[in-house]
Write a protein that binds this ligand. Sequence first.
Ligand SMILES: N[C@@H](CCOP(=O)(O)O)C(=O)O
Length: 496
Amino acid sequence: MHYVSTRAAQAPSQSQQSQQFSDILLGGLAPDGGLYLPEHYPQVTGAELNAWRTLSYADLAYEILKKFATDIPDADLKALTAKTYTKAVYKNARAGENAADITPLRVLEEKQVAGGQTKLILQALSNGPTLAFKDMAMQLLGNLFEYALAEKNAELNIFGATSGDTGSAAEYAMRGKKGIRVFMLSPHKKMSAFQSAQMFSLQDPNIFNIAVEGVFDDCQDMVKAVSNDLPFKAKQKIGTVNSINWARVVAQVVYYFRGYLAATTSNDQKVSFTVPSGNFGNICAGHIARMMGLPIAKLVAATNENDVLDEFFRTGVYRVRKSSETYHTSSPSMDISKASNFERFVYDLVGRDSARVKALFDKVETQGGFDLSGKPGSDGDEFKLVAQYGFKSGKSTHQDRLDTIRDVADDYEITIDTHTADGIKVAREHLEANVPMIVLETALAAKFNETILEALGVDAERPSGFEAIEELPQKFVVMDTDVAKMKAYIAANTGL
Ligand SMILES: N[C@@H](CCOP(=O)(O)O)C(=O)O
């Protein structure tokens, strides 16, 4: 399988620099500033789906990943997925969940309505080491990086940005790994107390936490600026773990298949997914699963008050917000106004025309957005095609989160986190008869105890190993949004 940049002038199989999975695994952004995607989406047959119904999560991951990572020997890939997706790693399953399922489903509600029955299902994705769905991909990335670096006898300096969950998932997956350092930017004082403590309490010498005076988008812009300095990137051996890295997205494709197979008994049935969305990486994985032929009816993006994506899916206008207009909310991992993975979807939406993609995203940088509504003066009319990709959206506020956390606790005796609450609030607006709606869980409630206390008046249950984490000594530096200073900090700590 060859990979193409969303901004490339040439298909990779025709270019001299043909890229395969292992070539792009360690790199992140393409050299032209675009994002990698496979040259075509591999298709899944009905017979394959049937055969996959009885597989373990690890074996299902292997079957899906081998369609994309065609340059990794089958036996090695199988060993990597078997090592990653174990019940020992995903050990934080709650009462009523089977840890061996890795991403167990829980039916929250079934209702008789005109024309049939609606069903609301929660897919648990946060039973891994850092209690967030990011572990699902990051644990695999840690093992893939170690494998690839050992093959090349190389080292890697990961430079990433987090609004709360990617950072800890990456640091837990990479701590102690030979040849790997992690430099993680986060918005200073804008994560929950638990999220900050989870990252900043790590004392490992290969982990560097940098709290940036700004919002997540400022952090992500710095990651892109550093990645676009190709000589610096090469000299400092910079890689990334954000969803700009294709391997992150493809690992997330697996749980859409798993959710579908667990919620249905025949391939004639469809399901929909609601996905709490910030950087568009998670729902982009759903888009890819759907493009591979998974019978998904709707993909519903749920945003918080930072509603750039909801605005696009309602109007066709993509209008990024300035840092000063990005709200600090009680679902902080989604406090994002410039969703980097959105470019992958736009690439498909405009018929894989990389020149158009480049022009549109250049316009984001120079004029703050683009308009595909087809109205006079707009940049195109592709918004009319959005429905055929199944996308819908909705938005949720702090009050919605509080209400939903209370409802779900009262009705189904489960405490959900604030981002999952955004998902459930929006999912309820898109229920359809006879099409189960699966909400992807973002994290465990313990990570956002401030809001759980406000909603329920009691603390969220805390899995063992995280008691009093906020009291541990913290190690981090504070910096402003100065790319030159950031580069100097990286170079000083790598010694390269
Ligand atoms: N919500 C994320 C932000 C980074 O997103 P990613 O999927 O690109 O890693 C976080 O919690 O850090």
